[in-house]
Design a protein around this ligand. Sequence first.
Ligand code: HDE
Length: 751
Amino acid sequence: RNPAKVVKEAVESAAEKVTDTLTSEVPGKPGSAEPTVPEPTTPQDPPPPKPEQGSPQTRTPTGARTGAPAAADGQQGAYLTTAHGARLRDTDHSLKAGPRGPVLLQDHHLREKLTHFDHERIPERVVHARGAGAHGVFTAYGGAEAVTRAGFLRKGRTTDVFVRFSTVLGSRGSADTVRDTRGFATKFYTDEGTFDLVANNMPVFFIQDAIKFPDIVHAAKPRPDREIPQAQAAHDTFWDFVSLHTEAQHHVIWNMSDRGVPRSYRTMEGFGVHTFRLVNEAGETVLAKFHWKPKLGVHSLVWEEAQMLAGIDPDFHRRDLYDAIEAGAFPEWELGLQIFPDTPEETFAGIDLLDPTKIVPEELAPVQLVGSLTLNRTPTNFFAEAEQVAFHVGHLPPGIDVTNDPLLQGRLFSYVDTQLTRLGGPNFAQIPVNRPHAAVNDMRRDGFHQHAVHAGVAPYRPNSLDGGNPFPAGDAENAFVDVPVRVAEAPKVRASPASFDDHFSQARLFWLSMSPVEREHIVRAYTFELGRCYHQAIRERQLQCLANIDPVLCAQVAAGLGLPAPEPTMPLADVTPSPALSQLGRQWPTDGRMVGIVVDPDVDLDTVRDVRRAIFAADMVPLLIAPHGGLIGDLPAQRSFATGRSVELDALLVAAAPAPAPDAPPAPDSQVGAPPAAGPVDPRVLLMVEECWRHAKAIGAWGSGVAVLEQAGVGGTPGVVTGDSGEDVFAGVHRLVADHRAWDRLSASVG
Ligand code: HDE
């Protein structure tokens, strides 16, 4: 079921739902005269999960369903109890020797309550600490059977999934929109065992060998002496490392591109990065790379927007994900495979498939789509699910195996190891979100946080006392296949293949594949990041790397830094650009895009109503932005001029020319550019128009709104639509949003 069509089917009810979602932090209905809800006093059972929440069903560690909804485990009955079930009369006062006396040590409830609270936090992930997760379903299209025996890829099969998106560098509370790589980790609960596709939104990695992972992470994380900067690579230690360890340069140029600041998790590609080995029923093998393709296209923020959002709405991506799911606009991706013959060289078109700093351009090996992923349920409890979920690249079902990529090999060790500290022991697979949906019988026993009550006496093999159980499986029982790859007889060395020495050709390929506006963004990003470094020597060394990627890139960044551009120290690689790497040049579905409508009490409400309806019919989300909260006529305002900022919008419609309120606070300063001109229009509206214009968003106006655009100085510029009919103006704006931005405006702005 196409989620977007849900909205089409029932425009009015969807409108209400989305409106409610977007105002869910406001108690009661906006503008309604609903009384404040008093504290309930009649005992009743805990609330059930909301329909859009999707915690895993409670399962026994061996995979059998208990039938009880997960939430029933957490809270039972109407009455407050201790952790051991004794009902309590009071949780507001500690037990004291008289009302003014000292607190008594015997107050078990007090001590139990505080002790548990004191231990509520667990260590955050050493990388990817900041993230958000959701449940969903994967449906296989078929077609992959020829290359893999993995059952979940057979035509028509559906598999439950949990996906966690993340930034890499920031701590748990850091902002979503920072410039960084994004994690895109998917847990497929297949009936042949869990498959974790622990992917990123960039197809290459900084290092070729896992032994360098602590080095890159120490360099990129905040400086050890000051613990700054948070959640970003714009500092000396990062650029020190990547300019010396030049195999990082390909990943770095992806970070500096628009891919480093995604518009939404919903508009990100995902890449398994490594090459995997697939094996089919006949035992034949191919090499393969995994790709996720977002149905809404790949879109990014512009840098100023990303910076502003980090302050205005640090939860922007998390909010966007959950709002979309709750509104029924379920995020969707397609899973694709690039398939290569499994040759002894493990190369394709001269590209070393074991080198995780290399891509294979899609033009050379097309991505074949094998299934679709829909995220349709939010966590019931964020900590239980998104925080405790534990992925592992070694969680593979029969039909998918690893290769000798040295980065992948090191990851196979690291992901269990980290959970031992983070989740407090070896039994993390028993946590509900981590429980396989296949039967588990693993002879593992005891350990911290053991939840299973194992029966029998013989957790060993062979045994006769438990009737020989568990038994080894064979082909007929679909046992995991360790592909019997021949391991070359070779001396033991600490060395990489010679092909791993090429560090610049694919960074150059990426640069040459970008459109002019994307290149401009890359230049600005390097200039910004290097400009934030203290050490001149580091800037100069990175400029040398840029010279080896492309002299034009190097010259432009050097000019921004006020430094001379060095000459390349090696011949520039002769590469063929890959147009598939550019995000521009295509029209995309606009589902779930946010359209702000500026109104005031004098606005023509009938037109606004029609335009709102048209926006919903286009599967987009209208946000009424008004001088005050509450109702404008009978329509609820989702934002006021005080709470609404341009950065959460994809397009802006101006339906009125609101005058400045007599007691209006002064306009917030825009971070870049001159303050808006004073005039009869509320300066916060002018600021909003100005920001939308700078960020190359589609802007439309009708009626008195047209004068607002004139006053903001943007009338008649590219990507600005005016007219007499609100619906026609919106139709024009809608077409522009399908391009994502009014691209030809960007060069003139600070995007
Ligand atoms: Fe990870 N990585 N990684 N990584 N990674 C972790 O595991 C590690 C790498 C990725 O939402 C950690 O459970 C090593 C590549 C994602 O829970 C840790 C190496 C790719 C996530 C770890 C890599 C990734 C992680 C931290 C080099 C893209 C978040 C917490 C050999 C294909 C998963 C944890 C989530 C998390 C180690 C390289 C993706 C420490 C040693 C390449 C999406 O174990």
